[in-house]
Design a protein around this ligand. Structure first.
Ligand code: AMP
Length: 194
């Protein structure tokens, strides 16, 4: 079973690339952002709890996202592994993920780090806000808050994983297929080595 994490600031193309990766490697795509938006649209207790947090661009509690991930892993049948998109986002979530995988005799195999220039991120996020109906992409203050949270809280995870030799920095600028080719190269290189 493969466990691949795709990390990167909002707007770095994680969702787009995830669709290609899940298909190519037969992985279950686990996007905590999508799961949380589903909770909100279904009006669940969790949805009610997280709605305001997401709208402001802040992070939902580690416990909520980790339990969504754990139940998705345990319910899965038929995939060759899991692709984590937008999770983990804190050092504590990374530890929780490592723990829950080790209890199931798995580890994180690859960490893909999407790198895109800040100006391009702001352009992409502002563009998709209205089209995708995402309130957290429609205000420049919220976009800046999310980018700053990534820089200060999530980016430190990269060095945590790089020390383990499973980290691949991906140039996220350019055409979708070109970026996907870089990702395939990185996954195949790390997975062959293991
Ligand atoms: P995303 O679709 O990944 O950009 O996530 C949208 C929003 O959902 C984020 O700005 C957070 O408010 C929340 N969220 C998604 N994933 C996580 C996570 N792993 N930890 C905390 N909050 C999250």
């Amino acid at each position: 079973m493969y466990n691949i994490v795709i990390l990167g600031p909002p707007g770095s193309g994680k969702g787009t690339q995830s669709k290609l990766i899940e298909e190519r490697y037969n992985l279950l795509h686990l996007s905590t952002g999508d799961m949380l938006r589903r909770e909100i649209s279904e009006g669940t207790d969790t949805g009610k709890q997280v709605k305001g947090v997401i709208k402001s661009g802040n992070l939902v509690s580690d416990e909520i996202v980790t339990s969504l991930i754990a139940s998705s892993i345990d319910c899965d049948v038929g995939h060759d592994g899991f692709l984590y998109d937008g999770y983990p986002r804190t050092v504590n979530q990374a530890k929780q993920l490592e723990d829950l995988l080790s209890h199931r005799n798995m580890t994180i195999d690859v960490l893909l780090v999407m790198e895109v220039e800040k100006g391009e991120l702001v352009k992409r996020l502002s563009g998709r806000g209205v089209a995708a109906g995402r309130p957290d992409d429609q205000s420049i203050e919220v976009i800046n808050n999310r980018l700053e949270i990534y820089r200060s809280i999530t980016e430190p995870l990269v060095s945590h994983f790089c020390q383990k030799g499973i980290c691949a920095r991906i140039d996220g600028m350019g055409k979708i297929e070109e970026i996907f080719a870089r990702i395939r190269g990185a996954i195949d290189k790390i997975c062959v080595r293991q």
